[in-house]
Ligand binder design. Structure first.
Ligand SMILES: *[C@@H]1O[C@H](CO)[C@@H](O)[C@H](O)[C@H]1NC(C)=O
Ligand SMILES: *[C@@H]1O[C@H](CO)[C@@H](O)[C@H](O)[C@H]1NC(C)=O
Ligand SMILES: *[C@@H]1O[C@H](CO)[C@@H](O)[C@H](O)[C@H]1NC(C)=O
Ligand SMILES: *[C@@H]1O[C@H](CO)[C@@H](O)[C@H](O)[C@H]1NC(C)=O
Ligand SMILES: *[C@@H]1O[C@H](CO)[C@@H](O)[C@H](O)[C@H]1NC(C)=O
Ligand SMILES: *[C@@H]1O[C@H](CO)[C@@H](O)[C@H](O)[C@H]1NC(C)=O
Ligand SMILES: *[C@@H]1O[C@H](CO)[C@@H](O)[C@H](O)[C@H]1NC(C)=O
Length: 418
């Protein structure tokens, strides 16, 4: 009895330490697969006189596999130092104009708020209101998926009374991001002209770095992984209560056969309804299943299935980042695009999968064929290849940059002789 208690105590202590380490890792905005990933806001002052300046603002999504989606799209805000107003904007707009002082004349400025919230324009915006790299509804793709659309840009004329001061308290309005203060960059940005023959230079350049933390975005995970293998009858389910428990106050779900509640309505055209999931033991909106399907003489085959259990969301341009020591021996990915992520990684063990355009790049909402699947073929490395000890299962899985919780290694499907 005593021995049993001692055993349990040790296990509990180990688990406790494990969670402490885990929460340290999560609170720190550090992503082990994308260490330098961040969103950078660049503020280039291009022209200035005694009462006004023109600025070019560029938002770079420097994250390998985390994108910004519509709805709602990015929302950038800051706090002016004094009584600045935005006279005019190209390629974006302030959500609210606010009340402008009559002494500013007519037409009044575009925005007179102390804390303006800037949003991107929609693609169908007339050309006269556009700027380069604008008007994608606030969507920023991840760097690995499409670098050309991971940038957003707008221009504005800022009026001030006494002098130029950089605003402070920048916010990148998607949950989970926190931004530092603006820092001047020397030398300022150079902009190519005449096909790169001439370089124009900004008067001054400032940069704000925003970083993401899943823990800040939502206290609970949003994705889980289950496992199976041809050599075992065991199906290792998603850990119970990964994303919440059924019946937990404030957490609703839809039972089999239950009629769906009406989709919440909003006047905001960029409104994103809160998730509503099918009732499961894990309660996650996203469930990834990894199945070791077959073993050949030289190769082995894996099937990945992703299930959307959220009845309120279609995941457009979804992606899946996977860490697996054998991805460097990937021979073919049959129904997903694949790109290794080697930046910052000591070994070639991480890659990103995403859908093929107009085939499976949208993971439809639950109840509307809400799943996508892929098979892939990997080469066995002679001498070191083994299915032993869960080697063939992934180490880390991220869906749209959100960590997918893995089952405990002790529960993995085992070889008959293990
Ligand atoms: C932000 O990302 C850029 C581009 O990858 C990188 O050069 C820079 O060091 C990053 N900054 C921080 C503070 O992580
Ligand atoms: C409007 O601007 C005038 C002139 O700069 C100033 O005297 C007045 O206090 C301002 N009014 C408000 C409500 O800010
Ligand atoms: C510019 O204006 C700000 C706010 O009014 C003030 O704190 C700062 O000292 C001024 N700087 C210069 C160089 O005049
Ligand atoms: C998802 O897409 C389907 C088909 O295009 C559409 O009927 C449905 O309303 C969409 N769901 C949401 C939440 O936008
Ligand atoms: C990593 O592995 C992929 C997939 O096999 C391969 O295409 C790529 O060249 C490798 N990269 C490095 C740096 O080894
Ligand atoms: C989730 O609920 C919807 C609506 O009741 C249903 O159509 C769908 O089949 C359910 N999906 C799963 C995986 O149970
Ligand atoms: C994967 O790679 C590791 C390390 O290189 C190796 O020990 C293991 O046998 C490999 N497993 C498979 C299934 O290829």
């Amino acid at each position: 009895m005593l021995a049993l208690l001692r055993g349990l105590g040790l296990k509990a202590i180990c688990l406790f330490i494990f969670f402490i380490i885990l929460s340290c890792l999560i609170v720190d905005a550090y992503d082990p697969l994308d260490i330098s990933g961040n969103v950078t806001i660049q503020w280039d002052v291009m022209q200035e006189d005694s009462s006004m300046y023109n600025a070019d603002i560029t938002i770079y999504n420097y994250q390998q596999y985390r994108h910004i989606e519509w709805p709602p799209g990015w929302r950038l805000s800051w706090e002016w130092a004094a009584n600045e107003v935005i006279w005019q904007m190209q390629g974006a707009e302030a959500k609210e104009q606010g009340s402008c002082n009559k002494s500013l004349g007519t037409p009044p400025p575009h925005c007179c708020l102390k804390n303006p919230v800037i949003i991107d324009l929609q693609p169908q915006t007339p050309l006269t209101k556009q700027a380069a790299n604008c008007c994608r509804g606030g969507v920023l793709t991840s760097m690995a998926q499409d670098m050309s659309k991971s940038v957003s840009h707008f221009q504005m004329s800022v009026g001030f009374i006494s002098n130029f001061t950089m605003p402070s308290h920048f916010k990148f309005g998607t949950p989970g991001y926190t931004c530092g203060e603006a820092e001047e960059v020397v030398p300022p940005t150079k902009i190519p002209e005449d096909g790169g023959r001439r370089w124009r230079q900004a008067l001054r350049t400032y940069r704000v770095i925003c970083s993401y933390s899943q823990f800040r975005a939502a206290p609970a995970p949003t994705c889980c992984v289950s496992l199976s293998a041809f050599y075992s009858e065991t199906i290792t389910l998603c850990p119970e209560c990964t994303c919440g428990c059924q019946g937990q106050p404030g957490l609703s779900c839809v039972k089999k056969g239950q009629t769906l509640p009406a989709l919440p309505k909003s006047k905001d055209p960029d409104y994103a309804p809160p998730p509503l999931v099918n009732c499961t033991a894990h309660m996650c909106p996203i469930h990834v299943h990894w199945h070791i399907k077959q073993s050949y003489k030289e190769y082995w085959r894996v099937k990945i299935t992703m299930m959307n259990l959220n009845l309120h969301k279609n995941y457009t341009s979804w992606n899946l980042a996977i860490e697996h020591p054998n991805l460097s021996h990937l021979v073919e990915s049959f129904s997903f695009n694949y790109k290794p992520i080697t930046m910052d990684r000591p070994i070639n063990d991480t890659g990103m999968f995403w859908g093929i355009q107009s085939f499976n790049d949208v993971l439809m909402q639950s109840g509307e064929n809400g799943n996508v699947q892929n098979e892939m073929l990997l080469r066995k490395v002679r001498g070191i290849f083994t299915f032993d000890a869960g080697w063939a299962f992934p180490k880390r899985v991220y869906f749209n940059g959100e960590n997918c919780v893995m089952p405990l290694p002790a529960d993995y499907p085992k070889l008959p002789n293990e």
